[in-house]
Structures are given as structure tokens and as C-alpha cells.
Design a protein around this ligand. Structure first.
Ligand SMILES: *[C@@H]1O[C@H](CO)[C@@H](O)[C@H](O)[C@H]1NC(C)=O
Ligand SMILES: *[C@@H]1O[C@H](CO)[C@@H](O)[C@H](O)[C@H]1NC(C)=O
Ligand SMILES: [Zn+2]
Length: 195
């Protein structure tokens, strides 16, 4: 069949017009550092050396979960204090933190090297789900928040389209993100069996 190039362009334009609104991820609300009461970082975090990030690394915090914003914020301030005071890091180690309240909290944010997954810190976005997921999976609100955050990162060019999703244990000798969450995440989009 003969199709003129003008017809092809028209068809492609109509197709894209129909496609884009469906695939564009809705902008999720992200609780800012000011909102959760973050301390100022000791130093500016360096930029990622690979940008957009080719990897997303998932963590659990271990310890208690939280299902209200007030308690989640309390936990996150605790992580930041621990990372800055005990570990001597410049700031909270994660790029983002997610709670079972369904909220996404800003850590170091987009485009920045975290301190969460040596030697992947300079090429990944590190997301921590608050709680211990050794013997149970995070609730639906937390799982959906992680997915919304990743989709948003892809849509704004902060995470590569063909990113690989890894559990922390795939990059370092650790049980993180817990057996149950690690099993669960293997069915998520872009999970990769090897880095
Ligand atoms: C880090 O990235 C930001 C945003 O892309 C850019 O404005 C800034 O110049 C970069 N800093 C360095 C040290 O490369
Ligand atoms: C990224 O970090 C790794 C390990 O920490 C290091 O070997 C590598 O050279 C870094 N890449 C760049 C481009 O800085
Ligand atoms: Zn971890």
C-alpha cells in the first residue's frame, strides 16, 4: 500500500496527541524538607555523574513504620540526625523517603548523589520506605507512592526511561530492603536481576 509521507506525519501527530496525555505521569505531591523540618545539610551534595539516573535503588529503614504524616516526619528527622551525627554524612542519605501514610518526602532530592548504595550513589536515585519489610510487604499506599515517584522522575527527565530498579542488597552485602519487599519488588516494572 502507498501512503504519502504527509499522511504518515498526520497519523503520527494524531497518535502522539492521543498518547501523550495518557502516558504523562501526574505530578505527585512531594513533602519538602522545610515541611518535614529538615536540618540544613553540612555541605551541598554533589550532582549525579550519570544524569538522568540509570538506576533506582530501593531501601527499607528497618525499625518502626508510620502511617500518619506527623509520625513519618518524626522518623525522617531521626534518620537525618542519625546520618549526620553518627555516620558523619553531610545530610540524610536518601534522595527520597516514602511512608505508609502514602506520602513522598524529599531527602537530597533529584540529581544529587546520596549516601545510600555505595558504589551506586553517583548514578542512582535512592528511595527508602519507612519500616521493616523483612516479614511483611509495605501497604498499597506506600507501594503506589514509590511507583508515582519513579514515574514522575522519568517524566521530568531525572530518571532514564530504561532505568533499572534494584534492591539495596543487589549492590551491597545487606538484607535491605527486607525479604518481603525484595520479593515483592521483583514483579515491579524495570526490576533487573543484575545491575
Ligand atoms: C549541578 O546541577 C545543577 C542543575 O542541573 C547545575 O545547575 C549545577 O551547575 C551543577 N553543579 C555542578 C557543580 O556541576
Ligand atoms: C562513581 O562512583 C564509583 C564508586 O564510588 C567510582 O568508582 C566512579 O569513578 C564514580 N564515577 C564518576 C564518573 O565519578
Ligand atoms: Zn538500604
Amino acid at each position: 500500500m502507498y501512503i504519502t509521507s504527509a499522511a504518515v506525519v498526520t497519523i503520527a501527530a494524531v497518535y502522539l496527541t492521543l498518547l501523550i496525555p495518557e502516558t504523562k505521569a501526574a505530578t505527585p505531591q512531594i513533602i519538602s524538607r522545610a515541611q518535614w523540618g529538615a536540618r540544613a545539610a553540612k555541605r551541598r551534595s554533589p550532582n549525579l555523574t550519570m544524569h538522568p539516573a540509570p538506576y533506582v535503588v530501593l531501601h527499607h529503614s528497618t525499625g518502626a513504620n508510620c502511617d500518619t504524616q506527623a509520625i513519618c516526619q518524626l522518623r525522617i528527622r531521626g534518620f537525618q540526625n542519625y546520618h549526620m551525627n553518627s555516620k558523619g554524612w553531610a545530610d540524610i542519605g536518601y534522595n527520597f523517603i516514602v511512608g505508609e501514610d502514602g506520602n513522598i518526602y524529599e531527602g537530597r532530592g533529584w540529581g544529587k548523589q546520596g549516601a545510600h548504595s555505595k558504589p551506586f550513589n553517583n548514578k542512582s536515585i535512592g528511595i527508602c520506605v519507612i519500616g521493616d519489610y523483612t516479614n511483611r510487604t509495605p501497604n498499597t499506599a506506600a507501594v503506589q507512592a514509590v511507583q508515582r515517584l519513579i514515574d514522575h522522575g522519568v517524566s521530568i527527565g531525572e530518571i532514564k526511561n530504561d532505568y533499572k530498579l534494584l534492591g539495596h542488597r543487589q549492590t551491597w552485602q545487606t538484607a535491605c530492603p527486607g525479604n518481603s519487599l525484595y520479593t515483592m519488588m521483583q514483579s515491579w516494572p524495570h526490576w533487573a536481576p543484575a545491575a
